[in-house]
Each structure stands twice: as structure tokens, then as C-alpha cells.
Design a binder for this molecule. Structure first.
Ligand code: P53
Length: 494
């Protein structure tokens, strides 16, 4: 009996803003990461601006959960700061070389995102930017040349900055129509070239990461977060419907930041707190997108922060009609929920709370927990009974380049081996898992910290945190390991 279905899709994943660079080329508009500096595990990234009196300033950015631009200020690129996403790893100019390497590993799928601001630089033009459309067409054609199926995230943390500046971002309902027009444009443009789509990357980040920094958050922050999510749900549901109308062959998924939550103790209070964490952080978005309706617990979640979600008359109908074809998610780690005081806590980037004594942690504080992936897969398949895809999974780690140029990343191989085995176990338990795309199949800029040295790739990129390096690509040991895994359809993981 083979462990993975015959047509299982193996590949890797990147996002436009973290890989492409070329931030001001061929008519591209700015996005939030273009005004966001680098950070580290202990220091945040900053978003920079010019205030209403013309003075430069910055606020600590929580990545995609958003911070606050002061009243009257304008987002700005400042002279004396380094912005790692501007250059990233220059996928924009090197995609042919990169896709060739992906093909060499044997990829049957490659997940990437389209940068909205390459297609509609300010987000609300009447006509799309032809140069942007051409770029992705060549990327998709390059994939097809090698028989690689593109899996396209329509939005991966990159709302055009102009929409953030003029409309305040997703809390403004106007964004729904802008997004839908953008989605419709690319569905039509790439009909026949792209079949697999994801509407919003880690959509639940908007509420989950907010809660992680909960102490400083006000009810207004929660109000904005839930309202923004509602707009994204409506936008996603409309895109699903339009995508199906344009090409009935299209398979359109959601994308959830999949963290597995465990109760810290068997105290019933912990069990309930853990269930509530799943509801808020994981089910809330998944239910709307995969079941087409808000969960019954939503009212309680809103009430906790005096939130009133404003909805248009036919929104609930739109949600019901815009259910996704597959449930997709990222998986890096699990976390612990407890109502008890604990001394042993994790404080990493985007991970916090009690430490799990049964697990080990990465240098960025992320728990290594392959069983958590199996648990997540089984739980979600049981809940939704639609095909699942693991569209991100990987280990951010320091890599050392040996004198002969080789990179021996056995820690990364161990991480992936364990997670491939966990997927096989979930499949053996009946889960309809159809794809695995590892995160950062090539090194790229970290979303959370803006670092290059937090590396995920099977392909090393010569580039450091200050932007120095030749950008040369070198396969790591993991490259050859993954090639073997794919060639054996997941049988040979040694
Ligand atoms: P980085 C936090 C927790 C889980 C997933 O993350 C996350 C984040 C954001 O930092 O984001 C996803 O680069 C995201 C990718 C991101 C990747 O995980 O912070 O979809 O854009 O790069 C890894 O190590």
C-alpha cells in the first residue's frame, strides 16, 4: 500500500512580497512591506511614515495584523532605513533559473502569489497594468513548460499601500469591490494557465495575531479586525463564485494559518479555554469559508470585545454561495493554552504562552511538532470533509555555508521527514490530503522578522540581512533529499 495517493501534488511555496524584489519596477505600486524595516526575534519590524508636520516616524508593525498610522501621517520610505522586501531574492528577474531548480526537484505544483500592486498599482485603477499581467503570464508559462501546476494566492499580505492610505485598508467596505475586480481580472487573464487558487493567505492572522498581543489591544482594535475579516470573507466568497463562472475547472481554496492548540492541563477550565482558542483562531475563518456561515460561537466572540459586525443585506447569502473547494493551511507549530500561571513560557516571533515540555523549539521559539500536523489534518477533515492541502510547512533556521559551498541542513531534513510521515499517518486515517508545498522552497525574506538569516529554503540564496550578497542560488542537502522524496512519491524519506 502506498502512503500517498498517485496524483499527490509535491512542491514548494513563496509569496510575491518576500521573494520578487523589484519593488518599483514596471509600474508596480507600493505595498505595506515596502515601508516596513527588518527586525529580529527580539525586536519588531517597523512601519515608517512622515507625520502631518513633515517629521519622519515609525511604529512597531505586527506584520499583517497591522499597527497604527498616526492621524494625518503618510506611509513613506525613509532615507536612513533598510527595507529588505525591496530587493528580496529578486525572483522577479530570476524566476526562470528558480523554476528550473524547482523542476529539477521534481515539483508538480508551485505555490506563489500575485502582487495585487503589479496588476492595479493603486488598487482602484480602471485598467490593469499590462507589464504586471505579462510578468505572471511568463511565470505560469515557465511552470507549464515543466509540467508544474501553479497554485496562486490572490492575496498574500500585500494590499496596495494606496488603499491602506486612502481608505484605511480592509475595515473599509470599498476594498471588497477593488479585490473582486482584481480577482476577476486575473481569473480571466490566466484562464487555462492556472487552475488552483487561494483567496487570502492566512486570513485568520487578522484576529489570531491580534489576540497574541492582546494586552495592548482595545475593543476598537477587535472591532476593526472582525469588520475587516467580514469584508475579506465577502470578497473571498464573491471571488469563489466568479472564479467558478469564468472557468468551471477552477479549484479555489481558503488559506488558514494552522496552529494546533493544546490544553496546558486537564483542568476543565483549560479544556474550555483551549476549545475557545480553536474557535476564535482557527474555526472562525474556516467555518465561514468552508461551511459558508458563521459558527454559532461567533456571537460570543464579538460580545467579548463589544464588537458589532456591520453586514450588508445579502452578505450571508453571498457567504453561503461562496464556499471554497478545498481547505488549505500553513503548519509550522503547536501552542499551549492554559488558565494557570506558568513560569516556563515561550517568547518567540509570533509564538507566546506556556512552553510544552514534550517538544523542542526552534531558534525563533517555534515548537517542533509533527504530531500536531496529523492532529490538525484529522480534525479539519472531520469538520469539513473537503480536500485538504498543506500549503506551507518548514523550518526557519540559521544555515552555514561550508568552505566548498555546500550547506548541510540535516535539521531541516529531519523537520520535513517527520512532517511527511505525519501526513502519511493522517492519510492512513482517511484524510483526503492532495498537496504539500513546503514554505520558502528557496530562501526568502521572513514575514515576521524581515530577516534573511531565518532561512527556510532547499535552495540557498547568497543575501544577508543588510542586503549584501550575490543572490547566487545553491542547492542545500535538503534539495537532494526532497528530490528523492518526490521521485518515490513520499515512500523514501531517509
Ligand atoms: P516567518 C507567524 C506564524 C505562522 C505563520 O513565517 C506565519 C507567521 C508570520 O510571521 O506566516 C506564514 O517568515 C506566512 C508566510 C511566512 C511564513 O509563515 O515569519 O504565510 O508569509 O513567511 C513563515 O518565519
Amino acid at each position: 500500500m502506498s502512503r500517498f495517493p498517485k496524483k499527490f501534488l509535491w512542491g514548494g511555496a513563496i509569496a510575491a512580497n518576500q521573494a520578487e524584489g523589484a519593488y518599483n519596477v514596471d509600474g508596480r505600486g507600493l505595498v505595506q512591506t515596502d515601508v516596513t524595516t527588518g527586525g529580529s526575534v527580539n525586536s519588531p519590524r517597523y512601519t515608517t511614515y512622515i507625520d502631518k508636520d513633515g517629521k519622519p516616524g515609525k511604529y512597531a508593525s505586527m506584520g499583517h495584523a497591522g499597527g497604527h498610522l498616526p492621524e494625518g501621517a503618510t506611509y513613506a520610505v525613509l532615507e536612513d532605513h533598510y527595507y529588505p522586501n525591496h530587493k528580496a531574492v529578486d525572483f522577479y528577474h530570476r524566476y526562470k533559473e528558480d523554476i528550473k531548480l524547482f523542476a529539477e526537484m521534481g515539483y508538480s505544483v508551485f505555490r506563489l502569489s500575485i502582487s495585487w500592486a503589479r496588476i492595479f498599482p493603486n488598487g482602484d485603477e480602471t485598467e490593469p497594468n499590462q507589464a504586471g499581467l505579462n510578468f505572471y503570464r511568463s511565470v505560469f508559462e515557465e511552470c507549464r513548460k515543466y509540467g508544474i501546476e501553479p497554485l496562486v494566492s490572490i492575496w498574500h499580505f500585500d494590499t496596495p499601500l494606496s488603499l491602506e492610505q486612502r481608505f484605511g485598508g480592509w475595515k473599509n467596505r470599498k476594498l471588497v469591490d477593488f479585490y473582486v475586480k482584481y480577482a476577476e481580472t486575473i481569473f480571466k487573464e490566466y484562464k487555462g494557465l492556472v487552475k488552483y487558487w487561494l483567496t487570502f493567505n492566512e486570513i485568520n492572522g487578522g484576529i489570531m495575531f491580534l489576540d497574541l498581543f492582546g494586552d495592548d489591544m482595545t475593543d476598537q482594535d477587535y472591532q476593526d479586525a472582525y469588520q475587516s475579516l467580514h469584508h475579506q470573507f465577502v470578497a473571498s466568497a464573491k471571488a469563489v463564485q466568479i472564479g467558478h463562472e469564468i472557468d468551471p475547472e477552477n479549484k479555489i481554496g481558503n488559506m488558514i494559518c494552522g496552529i494546533t492548540f493544546y490544553p496546558g492541563t486537564c483542568d476543565p477550565a483549560d479544556i474550555l479555554a483551549n476549545q475557545y482558542a480553536w474557535e476564535q483562531n482557527i474555526y472562525y475563518c474556516g467555518d465561514v469559508q468552508a461551511k459558508g456561515k458563521y459558527g454559532t460561537y461567533a456571537k460570543r466572540l464579538w460580545a467579548e470585545h463589544n464588537v458589532v459586525v456591520e453586514m450588508a443585506e445579502d452578505d450571508l447569502e453571498v457567504l453561503a454561495k461562496g464556499k471554497v473547494d478545498m481547505y488549505t493551511f500553513s503548519y509550522y507549530m503547536s501552542t499551549v493554552v492554559t488558565t494557570h500561571q506558568t513560569e516556563d513560557t515561550v517568547l518567540g516571533n509570533f509564538s507566546a504562552g506556556a512552553k510544552n515540555p514534550y517538544l523542542t523549539y526552534s531558534d525563533w521559539g517555534w515548537a517542533h511538532d509533527p504530531s500536531g500536523l496529523q492532529y490538525y489534518l484529522e480534525k479539519m477533515y472531520d469538520r469539513y470533509e473537503i480536500p485538504l492541502m498543506v500549503v506551507e510547512n518548514g523550518l526557519g533556521a540559521f544555515d552555514t555555508v561550508e568552505e566548498d559551498g555546500s550547506i548541510h541542513d540535516d535539521y531541516r531534513i529531519d523537520y520535513h521527514r517527520a512532517h511527511v510521515n505525519a501526513m502519511a499517518d493522517a492519510i492512513a486515517n482517511g484524510v483526503d490530503l492532495i498537496a504539500y508545498t513546503t514554505w520558502g522552497c528557496i530562501d526568502l525574506v521572513s514575514a515576521g522578522t524581515g530577516e534573511m538569516r531565518k532561512r527556510y529554503g532547499f535552495i540557498y540564496v547568497d543575501m544577508d540581512d543588510a542586503g549584501n550578497g550575490t543572490l547566487a542560488r545553491t542547492p542545500k542537502d535538503s534539495f537532494y533529499w526532497y528530490k528523492k522524496v518526490i521521485a518515490s512519491n513520499g515512500e523514501d524519506v531517509e
